[in-house]
Every structure is written in C-alpha cells, then in structure tokens.
Design a protein. Structure first.
Length: 121
C-alpha cells in the first residue's frame, strides 16, 4: 500500500486520482504509465489502466459542477436513430418543443436516463 495515501481521490483539487507507490500524486497518468511503473488509487489499490481511471475520476468529479464532462439530451427513439446516423443533434426551432427558446437542450444529468433515451457521441 502506498505511503502518504489520501482519504479520497476527490480530496485533492484537480487530482488525477492516481498515485505512485510512495503515495505521490501522478500529474500525467499517460506519461507515467508509459514508464511501466505501477500506479495506485488513494486507498492503495493497484490501478491497471491509470489513463482510464484518471478519466473516470475526472468525469465523476466534474459531472455535478457547472462544467460537466458529459452532456445528455432527452429525445425519442426515432430522433435517437437520426442523431446516431448523422452524428448531429439539430436544434429545436418550432413551437411546442422549445419552451426556453430555439436551440439544443443538453444537461449534465447523472446516469438516471434510460439508455434508449439518450445519445452520447
């Protein structure tokens, strides 16, 4: 288990959540992983893919802030298929479906949506 472990990967602002065997924070997980050195979580567990782990930590921390990593868009199945085919979400322009004005509605809502109700690209 690394020395100097943190109580949580969220306790250090801007932290990748990845640490060395001595407990030092890894600022660049990709570069550190390229050296072949082992990495750990703040609780001392080994991390097999530090880049993916750091990305998951970032997403988790940022998701409930004013700048979430992922945005979600409510839609129906027909529109979901059109979005998947085109790779684009068209903004609402007509009456009845844009109560807050023309544009695309997207939000950082956490994983409470059904898979068929969201398009993530």
């Amino acid at each position: 288990m690394p020395k100097g472990q943190r109580s949580s990967p969220y306790s250090h602002g801007g932290s990748s959540g990845v640490y060395t065997s001595s407990g030092a924070r890894v600022n660049n997980p990709a570069a550190y992983a390229a050296t072949g050195a082992r990495t750990y979580t703040s609780s001392g567990k080994s991390v097999s893919n530090p880049v993916a782990y750091a990305g998951a930590i970032e997403a988790s921390v940022r998701q409930n802030t004013s700048s979430p990593k992922y945005l979600y868009h409510y839609t129906d199945t027909s529109s979901l298929n059109k979005i998947a085919d085109s790779g684009r979400i068209k903004g609402s322009t007509g009456p009845g479906d844009c109560a807050l004005g023309e544009g695309v509605c997207a939000h950082g809502m956490t994983r409470t949506l059904k898979a068929q109700s969201m398009a993530v690209r």
